[in-house]
Design a protein around this ligand. Sequence first.
Ligand SMILES: NC(=O)c1ccc[n+]([C@@H]2O[C@H](COP(=O)([O-])OP(=O)(O)OC[C@H]3O[C@@H](n4cnc5c(N)ncnc54)[C@H](OP(=O)(O)O)[C@@H]3O)[C@@H](O)[C@H]2O)c1
Length: 314
Amino acid sequence: MSHALHRYFHANASGSTGSNGSSSDVKTIGAPYALVTGATGGMGEEWALQLAELGFNIIIQGRNRTKLEAVKAQISKRHAAASSRNAGDAVDVRLLVCEATIYPNAGLTDGLAAVLSDSSIRLTVLINNLGVNVTHFPRLEDTRSEEIAEIVIANSFFPAETARICLPHLKRHQPALLVTVTSLGAWATPPYLAPYIGTKGFDVAFSDSLRNEQISEGTQVDVVCMAPGQVQSGMCNEPVGLMIPTSKDWVTSAIASLRSTWWTPVPAAVIAPWTPHAWGQWFTALAPRCIIGPMSRNIIKDLKAKEVDARKGL
Ligand SMILES: NC(=O)c1ccc[n+]([C@@H]2O[C@H](COP(=O)([O-])OP(=O)(O)OC[C@H]3O[C@@H](n4cnc5c(N)ncnc54)[C@H](OP(=O)(O)O)[C@@H]3O)[C@@H](O)[C@H]2O)c1
């Protein structure tokens, strides 16, 4: 198989340094696994569907078993249709049912360790996608203490703990990929979202530090931070346009951006895969704060006004 993620679609056995198990051997020992968190909607569901289409077996995490079963059924249905054309093997879909907003989180810590203890699972891809936000743009002092804790735990502790548990497995089956999803908001820092934006800044720095750690250790675990702007999903119901892709289109561009090439086998540290978002990221990273601040404030003012109208039923 040769596709965007072929670097991670291989048959390396436990303890291998990662260069021998070719993708053709995958036919003999079975496809590697990709774990996607927050896979019951939005971009997470798309990551799961599209990674399965590329041939990966999938572990999907969510807090709602019924929704996870529905995503599993969708993957199996699509795969069955494709297999009838390509004579492919069935995709194996495992479920990890656990909350994301609590600490300590035995469902995650013990549940994920239990899933990965199955020696037939060769994990080569982790997509730390899950993210939680409040959508009504409250002032910080109007936000409940529990809401702040939930956002901080789900967006910071949860991806760090997931990575901690997965890393020994990713190293064992390297080359491997560890993606953490942040937000362009980490650069634009819009108002009325301080806890969420703070955690998205955490995701950027966490991912970069972990990438440096892997390089220092000489591993082939490629650590990447992915930066969406607005994407239509459960978190954002704005109309689709140039700056607001569908979750499907965003994930398609995200997977394409991870492709290794002859000049660089390893993806960049931070990627804004949707091109108009990448322009936004460059602009917000380079322009002075006296320009970015008013722009961010105006965008949120409009979104906040729309949200108030929606709540009033206007
Ligand atoms: N969409 C955007 O405009 C946008 C912009 C920048 C960054 N991002 C980031 O992109 C990633 C994916 O976002 P998305 O928009 O695709 O998300 P989404 O559609 O809101 O949610 C997708 C997943 O997150 C789970 N989830 C939501 N709230 C939860 C909670 N309180 N506790 C536990 N699980 C919860 C959902 O589970 P249930 O199905 O059970 O609710 C679902 O599995 C996140 O990290 C987000 O911060 C999104």
